[in-house]
Ligand binder design. Structure first.
Ligand code: BTN
Length: 223
């Protein structure tokens, strides 16, 4: 079961770091590390992840049953858990109303059979730093009043349902929540119009030079 055993920290640097230690010490599949506050929360692409204390779900799960669609299945699970209108910006940012409410960072050593699935969900945040006011939101700001423990419980049960689900079901449900489909996007290699994901989870982009599949990295929505 995802979420058991659980180790909770009042303050830690990064729950992904705690979960990595647990994984290396032999913790079983599903072991959960959570925190009220992180002092060095990590985001994708070397970014930092910050949240005021006790306003966000800060969680990392040790996984020992891995498959290629893990990052997409995790995003789908979080989107399903947080809000009926949540969409997913490839590969696994969770948006509501075009603003990011949750992020996912998968780290680990798949070749050794384990990974850490780190998830941050903005739950009760009322105000974001100026540089994030246009791009971030919280469940409270979109009208879902819930405690971080309530949201954690919802995310864990959704992860239980989606991790390891049949690939065709994951892909179909992910495509229903695709935030980029039909939108103009830019990435380090060019620009084009996003046209969904292929069966391996790569982002398909139509460009004047033809179709491109992006299997890693970052794309930006051009508005
Ligand atoms: C992103 O969108 O860039 C990914 C953000 C992931 C943040 C979570 S918070 C819990 C876990 N611990 C971390 O240090 N990062 C992840």
């Amino acid at each position: 079961m995802i979420g058991s055993p659980r180790v909770h920290h009042r303050v830690t640097d990064s729950t992904n770091e705690r979960a990595k230690e647990l994984a290396l010490a032999g913790a079983p599949h599903g072991t959960l590390a959570t925190a009220d506050e992180q002092t060095a929360g990590r985001g994708r692409q070397g970014r930092v992840w910050t949240a005021p204390p006790r306003t966000a779900v800060l969680m990392s799960v040790v996984l020992r049953e891995l498959d290629e669609l893990l990052p997409l299945a995790a995003a789908l699970a979080v989107a399903d858990a947080v809000h009926a209108d949540a969409t997913i910006k490839w590969p696994n940012d969770i948006w509501i109303g075009g603003r990011k409410v949750a992020g996912i960072l998968v780290e680990g050593r798949p070749q050794e059979g384990w990974a850490v699935l780190g998830i941050g969900v903005n739950v009760g945040t009322e105000r974001f730093p100026e540089e994030l006011t246009e791009s971030a939101t919280s469940l409270r700001l979109v009208g879902r009043a819930a405690s971080t423990e309530d949201v954690l419980r919802d995310v864990l049960s959704s992860l239980d349902a989606w991790l390891g689900a049949p690939p065709a079901r994951v892909l179909a449900a992910w495509r229903e929540r695709d935030a980029l489909k039909g939108e103009r996007v830019r990435w380090s290699g060019g620009e084009g119009v996003a046209n969904g994901i292929d069966d391996l989870g790569a982002l398909v982009v139509e460009t004047p030079a033809g179709q491109v599949s992006l299997d890693a990295g970052e794309v930006h929505l051009l508005r």
